[in-house]
Design a protein around this ligand. Structure first.
Ligand code: NDP
Length: 308
């Protein structure tokens, strides 16, 4: 019997209490899933950064802490968490992100706002360029960024992408490492931020990087708020940027008095770009536990030295 502690909170428990047992059974695992195992008896913890367990020291037999979020910056900084930590890579989460990014990219590409807000009798017969004339750049080519880049390339956009290591993604021109960042951003018209928040990526979109973008460029940020220097962004919106659609913020919920809410060139979405889906995530969790029990390496382990 494998003891799995579900520590990702009462709100999420009903969905996972339904999805996980099914996935464990399919993986051939005999699991006692509960929210209240005695710490020293726990083999695996399924949790989120704001979950029920904040002191991991009593979980002396725990082989893996499986985060149900893709972002790990608020859990890697917990000094009591010394067990292996896996982040979530979930097909449902990826699909949701592809839909959000594609929808918001097409909104700006097609100039939809002009007609949604322009039902006033004025015939605005502006014809937008085709996708192949609209260069898009995706910063971060991991589980989410690569899927978004591939989908946008499939729609015909010329897509450039940037990551830490070299990538080979069909239809996407890729750049790697600090030297490749400027080349990937140069004259981009739509930029999508899907980097994790680490010491190396904080405020990566600063005044200098924003100045590389094409006039009227649009930024979509479903990554993390602190990837952007907010003062630099507000300055660039005053000067040459066309729009910023932001899903994530330094402080969440974004305070009502924050200038982003009222800014005519900013769209705020409340950290809903995508979310882990219990049904598909349960299969991912079960597979990692199956691996742990079989002595196989875990998938999607967080590298503490790089912070993601
Ligand atoms: P991954 O870890 O799979 O991918 C991260 C990508 O960023 C990788 O390609 C990595 O490069 C690249 N990267 C990391 N650091 C650097 C750096 N210093 N320089 C260049 N590239 C770098 O993460 P996911 O795709 O799963 O998720 C990305 C982020 O999206 C999450 O960290 C989270 O913050 C955010 N997110 C937001 C959600 C929302 O609803 N708004 C929902 C889910 C996630 P390499 O491939 O070489 O390692």
């Amino acid at each position: 019997m494998v003891n799995v502690l579900f520590a990702a909170g009462a709100k999420r428990w009903p969905d996972y209490a339904e999805a996980l047992p099914e996935a464990f059974a399919k993986a051939g695992l005999n699991v006692d899933l509960a929210r209240d195992h005695a710490p020293e008896t726990v083999d695996y913890i399924v949790t989120s950064p704001n979950g029920d367990v904040q002191d991991y020291r009593p979980y002396t037999a725990c082989k893996l802490v499986q985060n149900i979020w893709a972002g790990v910056e608020n859990i890697t900084d917990n000094p009591t968490l010394t067990q292996p930590l896996a982040r979530m890579v979930d097909p449902g989460l990826t699909q949701g992100m592809v839909e959000w990014v594609t929808g918001h990219a097409l909104r700006h590409h097609l100039g939809m706002d002009l007609h949604i807000h322009g039902q006033d009798g004025v015939w605005r017969d502006f014809v937008p360029p085709l996708a192949w004339d609209r260069p898009v750049t995706v910063l971060g080519l991991g589980a989410l960024g690569a899927a978004c880049a591939t989908t946008l390339a499939g729609l015909g956009f010329p897509v450039r992408g940037w990551a830490r290591s070299a990538k080979d993604i069909d239809g996407v021109e890729t750049f790697a490492g600090p030297g490749g960042l400027s080349q990937s951003l140069d004259k981009a018209q739509i930029v999508i931020l899907l980097l994790p928040l680490t010491d190396a990526t904080r405020h990566i979109m600063n005044t200098e990087r924003l100045a590389l973008l094409a006039p009227d460029a649009v930024i979509l940020n479903p990554g993390r708020g602190s990837l952007i220097d907010n003062d630099a962004l507000l300055g660039a919106l005053d000067e040459h940027l066309g729009h910023a659609t932001l899903d994530v913020f330094d402080t969440e919920p974004l305070p009502p008095e924050h200038p982003f809410w009222a800014h005519p060139k900013v769209t705020v979405t409340p950290h809903i770009a995508s979310e882990t889906r219990p049904r598909t995530a349960a299969t991912v969790i079960a597979e990692n536990i199956r691996r742990g029990e079989a002595g196989a390496p875990f998938r999607h382990l967080v590298d503490r030295s790089s912070g993601y």
